[in-house]
Design a protein around this ligand. Structure first.
Ligand code: GLN
Length: 474
């Protein structure tokens, strides 16, 4: 079975008259033959009808930026009439009554959703092992995890099933799996993409973003789905114009690329080596490397696990066995209906986070934990604001290691939480960040480099990322 072309190539050929069915049927066949457990639901009939609708629009003279491009979406994104479970047993049987704005905009631009991808339950995790549908295998080495929580989305792109997949990123869930699977993954500025129709984890941190084979496709997809949405009051009225063009890249000469010296500590040797190579090649390309300091970054994991669990415990309180998904059989009372439905429906990590989050929000502890964490979050943002007066983008690692083995960190939540040490501060500050493939380790496992930029500097970020991508291929 052939691998997909880029989204750009597919759209160009469909806009020129090739039927959208060609690329969509090929992707449906690859999705059905998936061996990584990345794909949990294939939407054959729906996708074929959508492809026919794209063909009709092209025949009527329309030209669409994503004409006939097959995509997959993470299982926390709603699509009218389709089951969406966030890979939790508690949402089994929940059929979405509406389509997420980000997905609807991609469909309006000609994209066709062919399948839903696996994920960590409610996006809690860094290895895709907390899913009710079982773990995903890394397409580069099936004994290893693909990263998480958007592990299925990253694996679907890395396995060549689709050129583009949507994920969500609360503390690294797009960038870390993109890095471990060798694809591009973008977390846009908070508020750039509407969260309407995204099953919420941490509402002040969550962003939807694309995973793709290259920066140009990533940028094309971002432009198609970005922009204000009346259904999400945190989405901003910022123009998306120019985002796709930025993905074409530009000269790196004269740019100031910041780095944090402390990031080089504790990295796997191959990751450290690639980081040094990236710096050297950027300098050779004419960029100036600038050391910067993020003083409060070392508190990011602690702050995140207070705020994110607090928000998660609140967001998950709506799953009570009454309104959505799973309900316990024969409850004795209303109370046992709630308690038993939740006990049966949530997995271990979800329960851990609900308990932690309820604790930090409770009277008496709120000031000591939640309020304090909010104050430190502000200091982290201020560090970034200062850093971005000194540089145009910040270069660093995405993950301290390459893909680890299935089961390796499952019994040690703290080790698992440390997987995101370089990605979490980004979400606390609301800034955009991207993971770009940059070589591999001794075993051929992919390594990603991260670039971060100031809030709303997504276009500049994409332009520099396209340059770094080319240096990574050199
Ligand atoms: N791995 C982090 C967590 O478990 C981040 C997950 C995410 O970005 N959704 O919370």
């Amino acid at each position: 079975m052939s691998s997909p072309q880029t989204a750009r190539a597919i759209a160009a050929s469909v806009n020129a008259g090739t039927s959208a069915r060609t690329a969509v049927d090929a992707a449906l066949a690859r999705a059905a033959a998936d061996t990584t457990n990345a794909i949990i639901r294939v939407h054959g009939a729906r996708a074929q009808a959508a492809a026919a609708a794209v063909d009709a629009r092209i025949a009527a003279g329309e030209r669409l930026p994503l004409a006939g491009v097959p995509i997959t979406i993470k299982d926390n994104l709603c699509l009218t009439g389709v089951e969406a479970t966030a890979c939790s047993k508690i949402l089994t049987g929940f059929v979405a009554p509406y389509t997420a704005t980000a997905v609807a905009r991609l469909e309006a631009a000609g994209a066709v959703v062919v399948a839903t991808t696996n994920m960590d339950e409610f996006a809690f995790g860094s290895s895709n092992e907390t899913s009710a549908y079982g773990p995903v295998r890394n397409p580069k080495d099936p004994t290893r995890i693909p990263g998480g929580s958007s592990g299925g989305s990253a694996a679907a792109v890395a396995a060549g099933i689709v050129p583009v997949s949507l994920g969500s990123d609360t503390g690294g869930s797009i960038r870390q799996p993109a890095s471990l699977c060798g694809v591009v993954g973008l977390k846009p500025t908070y508020g750039r993409v509407s969260r309407y129709g995204l099953i919420a984890f941490g509402s002040s941190l969550d962003q939807i973003g694309p995973l793709a084979t290259d920066v140009a496709d990533t940028a094309l997809v971002l432009e198609a789905m970005a922009g204000h949405d009346a259904n999400d009051s945190t989405s901003a009225a910022r123009s998306a114009a120019g985002l796709a063009a930025a993905g074409q890249g530009g000269s790196l000469s004269g740019l100031r690329i910041g780095y944090v010296a402390a990031h080089a500590q504790g990295l796997a040797p191959a990751v450290a080596r690639q980081l040094e190579t990236a710096k050297r090649r950027l300098a050779e390309a004419g960029a100036t490397l600038v050391p910067v300091e993020l003083k409060h970054e070392r508190y990011a994991i602690a702050v995140y696990y207070v705020l994110a669990t607090g928000e998660a415990s609140s967001n998950l309180s709506r799953f009570d066995g009454v309104r959505f998904g799973h309900r316990t059989a024969n409850p004795e009372s209303l109370h046992t209906l709630y308690a038993q439905s939740r006990a049966e429906g949530f997995g271990r990590e979800a329960k851990r986070r609900i308990m932690l989050g309820t604790y930090v929000l409770s009277t008496g502890y709120y000031d000591a934990y939640y309020r304090k964490a909010q104050q430190v979050r502000r200091l982290i943002l201020q560090d970034y604001e200062r850093a971005f007066t000194q540089c145009d983008a910040l270069l660093g690692p995405v993950s301290p290691t390459t893909a680890f083995r299935l089961g390796e960190k499952l019994s040690d939540p703290l080790q698992m939480y440390l997987s995101d040490i370089f990605t979490i501060a980004t979400n606390l500050a609301g800034v955009p960040a991207i993971s770009v493939p940059f070589g591999a380790d001794e075993q051929g496992l992919p390594i990603g480099m991260q670039l971060q930029a100031a809030q709303w500097a997504d276009a500049g970020l994409l332009r520099i990322a396209a340059g770094l991508e080319a240096l990574g291929r050199a």
